[in-house]
Design a protein around this ligand. Sequence first.
Ligand code: SF4
Ligand code: SF4
Length: 170
Amino acid sequence: MYASSLENNRVPMFSGLIAYRWGAAIELRITKEKTMTVSMNTPNVSLSSIKRINDLSGENVKLCMQCGTCTAACPMADEMDFVPRKVMHYNQFGMIAAMEDINSYWKCASCHSCSVRCPRGIDIAKVMEALRQLVLRTSKNYIEPSRIPPEKLKQYPGIMMVAGFRKLTS
Ligand code: SF4
Ligand code: SF4
């Protein structure tokens, strides 16, 4: 919790929530003595997770201004649990754990349509790759090769299998 000019012993004339999003609350409090307190309560924000995703991707997710251009450009957005803009928003708060079971970064085709259009110059495809790596490093696979029926294995092109296993298995 961050707070400035905390005046605990004064009765507030006004006290209220002025913004709330993704678990971050900003409260404003004004006392009769005309002192103003602004406090931010951020129970869900993980600075270490923000650093981790930035380190892994080489990008700065905090630059995102939530314009949604990445989602508009994404050919896979309709298939994703969270559209790219929402993935970026969760990353900005370090809410990686909340994205553990979503399919967005697995569905991402690494086409870079979003990256070349982002007005803040963020390579979103790299952020998606970083999220995949976080899961793969825990030895979890998105697809299990042993569960693919043998008759299907005979039908699938080899290059597709190699590309799929590289991207979706640890
Ligand atoms: S295009 Fe860039 S700035 Fe806009 S929402 Fe996507 S990541 Fe954020
Ligand atoms: S790189 Fe991934 S997130 Fe970006 S537009 Fe392509 S499929 Fe969508």
